[in-house]
Design a protein around this ligand. Structure first.
Ligand code: SF4
Ligand code: SF4
Length: 60
């Protein structure tokens, strides 16, 4: 499960641009629609400030 560290996100929108399933929106900080996320992790690679992380299953 993907998580956004809102203290790091600068709202650059790169993750939104590269997400293949349109699961991300950046309004100030990035938001994930988890139902749409297929865990491809492209956004994790592109985020310039490491604000996106994959959390262990079962965590929020
Ligand atoms: S892991 Fe992939 S599908 Fe999920 S939000 Fe990131 S880019 Fe989109
Ligand atoms: S790429 Fe990173 S810093 Fe940019 S909007 Fe997405 S989570 Fe925030």
């Amino acid at each position: 499960m993907l998580k956004v560290d809102e203290t790091r996100c600068v709202g650059c929108g790169l993750c939104v641009y590269f997400c293949p399933t349109d699961a991300l929106r950046a309004w100030g900080v990035c938001r994930i629609t988890r139902e749409d996320c297929n865990e491809c992790l492209a956004c994790v690679d592109y985020c310039p400030v490491d604000a996106l992380q994959q959390a262990a299953t079962g965590q929020n």
